[in-house]
Design a protein around this ligand. Structure first.
Ligand code: ZN
Ligand code: ZN
Length: 226
C-alpha cells in the first residue's frame, strides 16, 4: 500500500523526524535530546541530512529549535492516532497546516507530469518551516484518505518510536523488526512465567536421566508449540 510517492516521502519523513528528535525510548535504549546548544544543532542537522539528504546541512539556531519543536508537535499527532483519537489527530494536523503556512502547489519539472509540491507560503522563513509544511501536508493527505489507523507508536516494551503502517492489511504494531522480535521474546517469557508447572518441567528437561523422563518430554513438547 502507498499514499502516492510524494506523500509517502512526507509521512515517512514525519515519522523519522519524531524518532530522531524526541526523547524517549528506542528499541529499549533511552534517547535523550541534549540541552547544550551545539549538541542540539548537530543532532538536528544530522536528522535533516539523514531524512532529506541535504548533504551536510548547517542549521541556524532558529532552525534547530524549529526542528525540535516540529518533531514534538508531530509526535502529538502519532500519539493521538495510536490511541484512536481521530479528532485530536485531525485538529493537531490542522494546527500544523496553519502554523507552517502550508501551501501545496502543482508543479511540473524535469519532464515529470504535474504533481503536488508540499511547500510553505513563506519560502524564506527557513528550513524548519518548510519541513513542517511538507510533513503536515503529507500527514493531512494520508489521514484524509486512510484515516488514522496507518500511524502509530511502537507497542513493544521500552520503546516509543513511531511508525507509518504501509503493510497491505494495516497490521503493523511495532517500529521495527527488532521490536517485533523483542516483543515475541517478552510474550514468550511472560507465558512461561505465568505457568509455574513449566518451570518445573524445564528443570527436568535439563536432566533427561532424572527419574521422571515422562515429565521432561512433556515440557519439550509444549515448548515446541509456543
Ligand atoms: Zn517535484
Ligand atoms: Zn519499537
Amino acid at each position: 500500500m502507498n499514499f502516492g510517492s510524494y506523500t509517502d516521502r512526507g509521512v515517512e519523513a514525519a515519522a523519522e523526524l519524531v524518532n530522531q528528535l524526541t526523547s524517549g525510548l528506542d528499541r529499549g535504549r533511552p534517547v535523550t535530546v541534549p540541552k547544550e546548544v551545539g549538541s542540539r544543532q548537530r543532532m538536528a542537522a544530522a536528522a535533516e541530512d539523514a531524512i532529506w539528504k541535504s548533504g551536510g546541512a548547517e542549521l541556524s539556531a532558529h532552525d534547530t529549535e524549529g526542528m525540535f519543536r516540529l518533531a514534538a508537535r508531530l509526535r502529538a499527532v502519532f500519539e493521538a492516532a495510536s490511541t484512536g483519537d481521530a479528532d485530536r489527530a485531525a485538529s493537531a494536523i490542522n494546527g500544523l497546516l496553519q502554523e507552517y503556512h502550508a501551501a501545496p502547489q502543482l508543479a511540473s519539472h524535469d519532464g515529470e507530469p504535474w504533481h503536488l509540491h508540499f511547500q510553505s507560503q513563506e519560502k524564506e522563513a527557513g528550513r524548519a518551516r518548510a519541513r513542517g509544511a511538507t510533513c503536515a501536508t503529507a500527514l493531512a493527505i494520508a489521514i484524509g484518505s486512510h484515516g488514522i489507523r496507518r500511524m502509530g507508536v511502537c507497542q513493544a516494551e521500552r520503546c516509543d518510536r513511531v511508525y507509518i503502517d504501509t503493510s497491505r492489511n494495516g497490521s503493523r504494531h511495532f517500529c521495527s523488526a527488532t521490536c517485533l522480535s523483542r516483543q515475541k521474546v517478552a510474550a514468550f517469557r511472560a507465558r512461561r512465567a505465568s505457568r509455574p508447572g513449566d518451570t518445573e518441567c524445564a528443570g527436568l528437561e535439563a536432566n533427561p536421566s532424572s527419574s521422571h523422563p515422562g515429565s521432561g518430554w512433556s515440557a519439550t513438547h509444549e515448548d515446541g508449540q509456543i
